[in-house]
Design a protein around this ligand. Structure first.
Ligand SMILES: Nc1ncnc2c1ncn2[C@@H]1O[C@H](COP(=O)(O)OP(=O)(O)OP(=O)(O)O)[C@@H](O)[C@H]1O
Length: 750
């Protein structure tokens, strides 16, 4: 019997997690899963990388599934919002013919993955002159066009499909050629097909680019088709008035729409539609499952502070749910940077995962129906409450409070007054699952630091012969022209900035770091470090191989590329990820050996989350902090454009956009609580600390059971003795009764 089974987890979920090598639950999972399955509110604090995602995701997935299986309980969306079928003459995007990471909401298609994801329409045409429109809703990549039923979903790459992409290329049979103009956000692309003359073509915002392809009109039924990557596109087959009229062509909806008899290619496992059924149960379902086939109201809502984290939790839940069918669990990802649906179409999904801003706007415009929510999860709750309290409160107030609603708070750092006060307002007698006390940090992390002292390391940063110098944030561009004896605070500040870049290289070299995550304070700092590493040898070589110091950045500015950059790092395509605190929480990169605090975070809690990117899932990690020996003057933009084009280096108290950042002060609590070791002059750990970073500790995540077992052993012993006493008493009971009965009989006889 699996240990997860002991916790009451369903076999289908266990099968999925066993494939991830989750054989035993981690301590937080052992504690939290039964409590959540049992129905209470909980506040769960456990160290970074200890498996908190599974601790809440597994039980809510299970209860969601069990609720759906009890068909009477399934809340469905009202009919008029759930189907476009009649109004669209039966043409819609085909849920059975789409790639796994493409989500469909009415006629809006979205894929947030860095891979291409395609879909085909349910119906197509084989005669006449018709067209449809695609309205691009962000800057991602896409190709739109037509496909026969034999085509793959990556249209334009085989001989059965024809596409036109945002880079201004048409493609067929894998050949890409210039056509029309590039297109992007807000553009309206018309896709037309003319069976009389056997030509296909495209328009952009009404401008006709003429023939793109010729084709054989007898080839079969031509379906609208789409492939996209990190993009969102809305379609109009003619239900709404077309944006641009195309002379001689009618909207597709007016055609005689057809579909091939042949079945569609097997669908990928679903992420937001109820499409996969086991053969065995299919027959029963035809009669009984009509309720669960309808779009359903969400049962679980999970809020995550960042897009990356929302995406990670979304992928985890998709993985956990892969063997749950009849019905499949619908999971929807709602993250920032997307347009409102205007309440026209409801977000479908049994489990919705999103970021605060996006969820707020979807709730406000009526696109998410919260009336059936049973689980409200605040992951990284302290950050959500710190940064987005009003949104969390707003969403909470829209929930069906007082019914079966369960509220779950999770974080490694959950002990602030603000969190406790808020939790008291919204939870009912919550159980605290606090495994290690306040802000505990995994033992698998070794903490080290180097004091970035320009007087100590003069040769490193003063060396005028060394062409490799970081271009710093520009705060001192006007006030430090010469360094001299480093008397002025501004000189020291700039010297520290120059030195830190050199120390970074030394650390990378000394520990032969293959992969590391580097945290800096601002976007500008991240870009400066990225450029510095490029110059140090981070450029891709002509042969396409990444350079020795290849890096990528992740911060608030790198909007669309954020996911792609993170994937590059996760896949090992680049060696260093340079980021702001946007990646400090939750991001799970298995086996990551090193992290570097290029600048210290502004709070001790942030230090805990940042260093928690290493030392996860049983891997030993090293966290190195570069600590300035003096204060540094840094940007702190209060200006309207948040720093764009700002050169105001006065301090904020004088109306400017700079502050003095006091790393020596920020380092105190870290030094007191954790006591990091100082790297020696060779930038090495003391010799007795011989560790292989990135390697398994061979302790296993679940060995943490041991202290718990020891703690409980005396009580288990007492229980066992009690049990024995009861057993003995019980066994002696009939004898005594017989004795009493016999005695009584004897008395009566005599
Ligand atoms: N029972 C388990 N057995 C083996 N590996 C596990 C188990 N549970 C989780 N993991 C793995 O441990 C890693 C960390 O899990 P997770 O991301 O949930 O940690 P976390 O506690 O949420 O961390 P953070 O506080 O940084 O958000 C992941 O790679 C996950 O796959």
């Amino acid at each position: 019997m699996s240990a997860f089974e002991d916790l009451g987890v369903l076999p289908e979920i266990i099968k999925a997690i066993e494939e991830l090598d989750w054989l035993l639950p981690t301590p937080i999972q052992s504690e939290a899963i039964p409590l959540i399955l049992g129905g209470g509110d909980i506040l769960a604090a456990a160290e970074t990388g200890s498996g908190k995602t599974g601790a809440f995701a597994l039980p809510i997935l299970q209860i969601t599934y069990e609720t759906l299986n009890n068909k009477a309980d399934i809340p469905v969306l009202p009919e008029d919002q759930s189907s476009n079928e009649s109004k669209d003459n039966g043409i819609e995007w085909d849920q059975l013919n789409r790639d796994r990471e493409l989500a469909v909401d009415g006629l809006v298609c979205q894929a947030r993955s860095a891979a291409w994801n395609g879909i085909r329409a349910t119906k197509g045409i084989s005669s006449g002159k018709f067209y449809y429109e695609a309205i691009i809703r962000d800057e991602g990549l896409c190709r739109v066009g037509w496909a026969l039923s034999k085509a793959t979903r990556n249209i334009g790459t085989d001989k059965f499909s024809w596409g036109y992409g945002g880079t201004g290329k048409k493609s067929h049979q894998g050949t890409f050629a210039d056509y029309g103009k590039p297109f992007g956000n807000n553009d309206c692309i018309g896709c037309y097909i003319n069976f009389d003359d056997e030509v296909m073509g495209y328009t952009k915002n009404g401008e006709d680019f003429g023939e793109a392809f010729t084709f054989n009109s007898k080839a079969g039924i031509f379906y609208p088709a789409l492939v996209l990557k990190n993009a969102e596109i809305a379609f109009n087959f003619g239900k709404d008035p077309m944006k641009h009229q195309l002379k001689g062509y009618k909207p597709l909806i007016e055609a005689e729409l057809l579909a091939d008899q042949a079945s569609a290619p097997a669908p990928e496992p679903s992420n937001n539609k109820n499409i996969k059924k086991s053969n065995k149960k299919e027959k029963e379902d035809k009669s009984t499952n009509t309720q669960s086939d309808k779009p359903r109201k969400p049962l679980s809502l999970i809020i995550e502070p960042t897009r990356e984290l929302a995406d990670q939790t979304y992928s985890a839940i998709l993985n956990f749910s892969k063997y749950l069918d009849n019905p499949n669990i619908q999971v929807s990802l709602c993250i920032g940077g997307e347009k409102s649906l205007g309440g026209r179409n409801k977000i479908e999904g049994d489990i919705i995962i999103g970021t605060p801003g996006r969820l707020e706007s979807l709730v406000k415009d009526g696109s998410i129906d919260l009336s059936s929510i049973r689980f409200f999860v605040l992951d990284e709750a302290d950050q959500l409450i710190e940064d987005n309290l009003s949104i969390v409160n707003y969403i909470y107030n829209k929930l069906p409070i007082g019914q079966n609603l369960q509220i779950l708070f999770f974080s490694a750092t959950l002990h602030s007054n603000k969190v406790i006060k808020f939790s008291e307002q919204i939870t009912k007698n919550p159980t605290w699952v606090d495994l290690k006390g306040k802000d505990f940090i995994p033992d698998l992390i070794t903490h080290a630091y180097i004091k970035a002292d320009p007087s100590k390391y003069e040769t490193l940063w003063r060396d005028s012969e060394n062409p490799l110098r970081i271009r710093t944030d520009g705060v001192h561009a006007m006030d430090v022209t010469k360094f001299g004896k480093l008397k002025e605070p501004e000189q020291k500040s700039e010297a520290i900035k120059l030195l830190k870049a050199q120390l970074l290289l030394k650390c990378i070299q000394s520990f032969k770091m293959d992969q590391a995550i580097i945290f800096a304070r601002t976007r500008v700092d991240c870009d400066c470090i990225h450029n510095f590493l490029k110059e140090a040898g981070g450029e891709s070589t002509k042969s396409g191989l990444e350079g020795e110091y290849s890096s990528t950045v992740l911060h608030g500015d790198v909007n669309k590329a954020r996911k792609e950059n993170l994937e590059k790092f996760k896949n090992g395509e680049v060696r260093f990820l340079i980021c702001t605190d946007v990646a400090a929480r939750g991001i799970d990169i298995r086996g990551l050996p090193f992290m570097i605090n290029y600048t210290l975070p502004a709070s001790f809690e942030d230090y805990i989350h940042r260093v928690g990117r290493v030392g996860r899932a049983d891997r030993i990690g090293l966290a190195i902090s570069l600590v300035g020996s003096d204060q540094e003057k840094v940007w702190y933009h209060t200006c309207r454009d948040k720093g764009r084009g700002c050169h105001n280096t006065k301090l904020t108290e004088n109306g400017g956009c700079c502050i003095w950042y006091d790393e020596p002060e920020l380092f105190h609590p870290i030094q007191e609580s954790i006591g990091p070791v100082e790297l020696n002059d060779q930038f090495q750990l003391p010799q007795d600390m011989n560790l292989t970073f990135g390697a398994s500790s061979n302790k296993s995540l679940v060995l943490d059971y041991q202290p718990h077992t020891e703690e409980l052993s005396s009580r288990v012993e007492q229980l066992s003795q009690l049990e024995q006493t009861i057993q003995r008493d019980y066994l002696s009971l009939p004898i005594r009764i017989t004795e009493i009965v016999n005695n009584n009989n004897n008395k009566m006889k005599s």
